[in-house]
Design a protein around this ligand. Structure first.
Ligand SMILES: [Fe+2]
Ligand SMILES: [Fe+2]
Length: 339
């Protein structure tokens, strides 16, 4: 699903250093070939030469993205057994399974950059790797499930559609299918809220309460303001990032305000209003201290999410062992038959 600017800088690491090779040297020729491909809006494929900083940036971004899809299953997974009808349960099951699939495509895309699934999983479980901070907030009511679809998946679509044009082929191709599925996620959430808003006053209040709690964390999903995103310009140069964090956030606010009006809910921002001169909505200040506290492990559910994920992984060890043993047995049988 989800990303927050898709590549959150790690304060413990120095910004990426891009060292240009000397023109005319063999490395310089490779670099020139790479630059020409990027300038022509072509795709870089796994076997192509690429600058080390490009590879590392993508690896970090794609693995953070994969982890976000996988951890993103947890807040809504909490509600599968409590969905109010069979229809809602089937829709929610399908959505949460989609997110698992997104994680798997993205782990595969990241593996083409020279890492292994085990390394990525280990980085997530040890707390070294980041995932989207939005999943460290709790899902307190059934309305939260609808609001996650509408706002969180809605923000994810805004972030992810431009990645379908990313310069790295495997990432761009994975995003095409993912975006189609995200669009179903957003619509199922909105439709569920439309139904709830036609219900009792208590149901309408529950929806408004969920909007109040999710609105600001969702705006923060687009990542720090452009002025505080030192790696953004390089990401743009490489064709990894296409639209800046602030521009994506603005597009999201502009698209979402009319939808809130249709639903009959009010975003919790007194400064939110249409600015005729800019042709966009103005909105209030985001609490970046809260954002960084959550990114750095101190959100309401960080520990619970990670513990649940590690337990699920450990509980599934026997399935991986059995699948490997089965594959080895099959291979041995085939070799025997071929001999
Ligand atoms: Fe999604
Ligand atoms: Fe997803």
């Amino acid at each position: 699903m989800y990303t927050q600017a898709l590549d959150i800088p790690d304060p413990q690491h120095k910004p990426l250093e891009v060292v240009p090779a000397a023109a005319g040297s063999p490395a310089g020729q490779l670099q020139a070939h790479f630059d020409a491909r990027i300038d022509a809006d072509g795709k870089i494929e796994p076997r192509d030469w690429m600058p080390e900083a490009y590879r590392r940036t993508l690896l970090r971004q794609i693995s953070q993205h994969a982890h976000s899809e996988i951890v993103g299953m947890l807040p809504e997974g909490n509600w599968i057994s409590r969905a109010p009808s069979l229809k809602r349960k089937a829709i929610l099951l399908a959505k949460v399974q989609d997110e698992g699939g997104h994680g798997l495509y993205l782990y595969s895309a990241a593996e083409t950059l020279g890492t292994s699934r085990d390394q990525m999983v280990e980085a997530l479980h040890s707390g070294k790797a980041k995932y989207s901070s939005i999943f460290n907030y709790p899902t307190l009511s059934w309305a939260d499930v609808g609001v996650i679809g509408w706002l969180v998946d809605g923000a994810a679509i805004m972030n992810q559609v431009p990645i379908c044009r990313c310069s790295y082929g495997p990432y761009a191709r994975a995003m095409i299918r993912i975006c189609k599925e995200e669009s179903f996620h957003q619509r199922q959430g909105f439709e569920s809220l439309v139904v709830q808003m036609k219900g009792t006053p208590a149901q309408r209040e529950m929806v408004q309460d969920a909007v109040n709690r999710w609105w600001w964390p969702v705006l923060a999903m687009f990542g720090p303001p452009d002025a505080d995103s030192p790696n953004s310009a390089q990401g743009m140069r490489w064709g990894i990032k296409r639209i800046s964090n602030d521009n994506l956030r603005q597009k999201f606010v502009d698209a979402t305000v009319p939808q809130a009006r249709i639903l009959g809910v009010t975003p919790p921002d007194p400064a939110l209003r249409w600015n005729e001169a800019r042709g966009h909505h103005d909105y209030g200040a985001i609490d970046w201290d809260e954002f960084w506290a959550v990114v750095n492990g101190n959100g309401p559910c960080n520990k619970e999410r990670l513990a649940t994920r590690v337990k699920a992984h450990n509980d599934g060890q026997w399935v991986r062992d059995a699948a490997l043993a089965h594959a080895q047995k099959n291979q041995a049988r085939q070799l025997k038959e071929a001999a």
